[in-house]
Design a protein around this ligand. Sequence first.
Ligand code: HAM
Length: 413
Amino acid sequence: MRGAITKLKGFADLYGPELAIFKTQEVTAREIFARYGYDELRPPLLESTSLFQRGIGQETDVVQKEMFTFQDSKGRSMSLRPEATAGVLRAAIEAGLAKPDQITRLFTIGPMFRHERPQKGRMRQFHQINAECLGSDSPYADADLIAMLLHFLDALGIHDLNLKINSLGCGSCRPKYLAELRRFLDAQPEDSLCDDCKRRRQSNPLRVLDCKICTEQIAEAPRLREFLCEDCSRHFETVLALLNESGICYELEDRLVRGLDYYMRTTFEVVSGRIGSQTAVAGGGRYDGLVEELGGVKAPGAGFACGMERLALLMQAPEVSKPDFFILGLAEPCREAGFLLAGKLRAQGYSGLLNYASGSMKSLMRQVSRSRARYCLILGPEELAGGKIAVRNMETGEQVESSLECVAEFLKS
Ligand code: HAM
């Protein structure tokens, strides 16, 4: 026998209860997002690497360390998408949907790929439910997105979550803050920062703020919110006021800078204390320059993504529905009659199975109970000759005889 081929590290086969939970998430997202006017868009999983370099940022961990990138036979560099936003915006630009004077609301559901160290809640192939609102820079768009995210999580029955929120400012106020932050970081003793942060201090100082290693060193770092310009302050205050008015609780989080470079103004994350060290179940924010950066017109935007594996850790599998019938055809002409009866019942909307081969009554009944069917319909030569069928209620064990024509009456109950 040849050795079995197994799945790759950080990749999972989805089936059974976990798949059932994923389907619940998908159905619920479609239902809730439709109430907010979102349409589905499905971009490809593979894109030009330059899309992510330009969209997510050359200096981010995602682009520098985590993409599955390869060259095709013509030497073009392509990458499996590490997130959906860049691809959705590229597709929206190509389809003429990203316009400054028109609001376009899009959602997408599917797998993403990041070459991270796998652990609980962190996979190399994981799945996101992603929403993007293009064409508005209003704080109402941010608040509506957050409200939709929380509505969705509530509809999934997940309640004990915390919303963290911050503002990253804009192109006019952030540079002043970055200069101040660099000054602060430069004043720290050379060896007090981790190797990544020593590099980021110059290339991307904002990212030092959410380093898990350097928390003590940056405790006294200047706060971005104190540097916001008037427009950014007003924008953020309106978002917070709308959340307050809607009864949405949040925590202001100075260090919430997010790992992708396109964010400006509002950023947010929803975290859970019940799923281990990877606490973020969803994250998002505003990215007003991104459509232009990707070659589109000046169209602002904001969005979020939920991690489906992490949401699944907080959900119970739904009850699996039972088939209505299992038809046991005991000998050859009976099996064929059973096959035809199964077809008729399914056409009437009932679900059910039948035996494909004969066997001992014991092994056939094992098949029936494994199927969890509500009724076992037994068709032997005697029944067939009389146009009848035995109907056994698998829950009570009660068995009666029915005419072949009327058997559907039993399944109705
Ligand atoms: P993100 O924070 O990188 O944002 O990912 C969003 C969510 O995806 C995370 O909160 C987490 O639940 C899940 N996630 C991320 N990486 C993994 C992983 N390796 N394994 C399992 N789950 C993971 C984005 O991707 C942005 N594109 C969100 C966005 C949309 N911003 C604006 N629009």
